[in-house]
Design a protein around this ligand. Structure first.
Ligand code: FRU
Length: 558
């Protein structure tokens, strides 16, 4: 019946000539033989959304919503045609107006449209990951395998805003340089989206998914129409298959986090759970990731849980579990494979204005041993063909403080590989009225300082017009609208600022304070300033490292 209808529309379309629009604002149809790598689609932000279907050999292959441009597009997005080479396809868009070029403008090509400008767009983060096209939110499935850090992410490949949730995919061998790969998970069907989740390496093939020499990667994600689902990959995350017993958990909730609990030799799924009008994290366990048994739940966490164990001050004998969720607030306690028992109240996590839904890497090799976290950097990119970014990877540690052990966030040491020209002062005695950084200009920096504070006055960094101020009287760090406590340690304050084109990550006292922020830089201002008020301030050290972009430089024009 449905095929017959499509055939009718098709015949009508063909009778109007190849690639022709239909004359009515109903379904417009084009026939294609797929012979190129990409289908480029024009987008106009805020244009009416069209439901687009791609049928390959008569079968529905892709379906999504898109603000198709009727005339001049704001930007172009793309659909990967690699799986369909040589096949006949039908492209269908609903509600297209008779005089619209929306459907006829869609074109096959071996390059994505705008490839020459890729990664050189004015607001493209230069050492943070962002998607080539479209929207990203949460990092998903962070897992290390065979030398590659995988970064999957909530992705709308077809628009600037949230929607059409897929899992995008990028890999890196050094946590700095990212290579975006084709979309990893497509929605199960339209309106059954691929929401957030996690991934692990199933080294012992406990699930029995292994087909070749590679250990399978197993991911759990929320299929919004079904529940928590399991998928697996036998080719280092390049292609994924559905477990045929999906969904493995049905409940009101989302965002499954998988981890291996070695004392009980079971897999754990920590998952956001809604029950009795309250917000919980539920814990399930499993021997094979196929059958899951409910263990317990804990109230007071919302979305995107993460659960991991860390030594305090690096001492293997003193370990605590960290339970956290999308806000990055956390509790420390014990986890016995069945239940989390908190030993602290809820503690603050990230304290900037532009982060959410961070996740830590699974399967980092023991010889490395780090707990590495990436979050969603909520940084808008107006006028760009992409939107949002990821925060810079941070190493998480537990350090002893007067109030007890606390989580610290520090940029991974790999950042130093991006250091370019370096300006250093050690020590520096700075009097009010002098700008210690005058003459240094740019838009990518790793800036580090340690200074002795009294009980009055300010130490004031101004980055491209945006102040980051240490208020000595209040012992607070102020950046944009956020003011956070940063008491000196032995009379000293340590600061590190990672400055990218559109973001500023502030680390205080070796990561006891971490503020990822969406910066409000003055567009043409590339200046830096460091001044003090009130009295002379002694800097034990001050260094400004210019950073290199992670993206390939444009080829010189001849
Ligand atoms: C958090 C979140 C998750 C959900 C995903 C959808 O940002 O709302 O709970 O799985 O985003 O994109």
């Amino acid at each position: 019946m449905r095929n017959g209808l499509i055939l009718l529309i098709l015949l009508a379309s063909i009778s109007l000539g190849p690639c022709e629009l239909r004359a009515a604002p109903t379904n417009a149809v084009r026939e294609l033989v797929i012979e190129k790598r990409f289908l480029n689609l024009p987008v106009k932000n805020h244009a009416p959304k069209h439901r687009v279907k791609l049928l390959v050999d008569g079968q529905l292959a892709r379906e999504f919503e898109i603000e198709l441009a009727d005339k001049e597009p704001d930007f172009w997005v793309f659909l990967n045609l690699a799986p369909f080479q040589g096949k006949r396809a039908t492209l269908q868009a609903d509600g297209v107006l008779a005089d619209s070029s929306a459907l006829s403008a869609i074109e096959q090509a071996d390059q994505i449209k705008g490839a020459q400008e890729l990664y050189h767009e004015a607001l493209r983060p230069q050492f943070h990951f962002s998607s080539r096209r479209g929207w990203n939110n949460d990092p998903n499935g962070l897992v290390f395998y065979q030398g590659e850090y995988h970064l999957f992410y909530q992705h709308n490949p077809y628009g600037w805003d949230w929607g059409n949730m897929h899992w995008g995919h990028a890999v890196s061998t050094d946590l700095l340089h990212w290579q975006e790969l084709p979309v990893a998970l497509y929605p199960h069907r339209f309106d059954d989206w691929a929401f957030s989740g996690s991934a692990v390496v199933d080294r012992d093939n406990t699930a029995g998914f292994q087909t070749g020499h590679e250990a399978p990667l197993v991911a759990a994600y929320t299929s919004t129409g079904r529940g928590e689902c399991i998928v697996f990959s036998n080719d280092r995350g390049r292609t994924w298959s559905e477990f045929n017993g999906n969904p493995v958990v049905r409940h009101a909730g989302r965002d499954p986090r998988l981890l291996w609990h070695s004392p009980t030799k079971h897999w754990i799924m920590a998952v956001y759970d809604e029950l009795d009008g309250k917000r919980w994290i539920a814990f399930y366990n499993s021997a094979d990731m196929k059958q899951w048994q409910f263990q317990s739940r804990i109230e007071g966490f919302f979305e995107c849980p993460d659960l991991f164990e860390l030594p305090v001050e690096g001492k293997p004998a003193q370990r605590l579990w960290v339970l956290t969720a999308a806000s990055s607030e956390y509790k420390l306690g014990t986890f016995d494979g069945h239940q989390f028992t908190a030993q602290t109240p809820m503690l603050p996590g990230h304290r900037g204005n532009a982060f959410y839904a961070a996740q830590t890497y699974s399967d980092i090799p023991a010889r490395d041993g780090r707990r590495i976290q990436i979050g969603w950097g909520q940084v808008a990119a107006p006028g760009m063909p992409f939107n949002q970014m990821m925060t810079f990877p941070c190493e998480l540690t537990l350090r002893s403080t007067a109030a007890g052990p606390r989580l610290c966030f520090q940029p991974v040491k790999e950042i130093e590989r991006l250091h370019g020209a370096r300006h250093t002062w050690s020590p520096l005695t700075l009097a009010p009225g002098t700008n210690a950084l005058s003459g240094i200009e740019g838009d990518l920096f790793d800036l580090r300082a340690q200074f002795t504070v009294g009980n009055a006055g300010e130490v004031r960094f101004v980055i491209r017009g945006e102040p980051v101020v240490y208020d000595a009287a209040k012992q607070e760090l102020v950046c944009l609208d956020r003011r956070n406590p940063l008491p000196p340690v032995n009379g000293k304050v340590r600061l590190q600022l990672l400055v990218d084109r559109t973001s500023l990550e502030v680390f205080g006292n070796d990561g006891l304070l971490y503020m990822p922020t969406a910066a409000k830089f003055t567009p043409d201002d590339r200046s830096l300033a460091l001044t003090v008020t009130n009295s002379v301030v002694r800097f034990d050290s001050l260094e400004v490292n210019e950073l290199r972009s992670i993206w390939p430089q444009k080829e010189a024009r001849h």
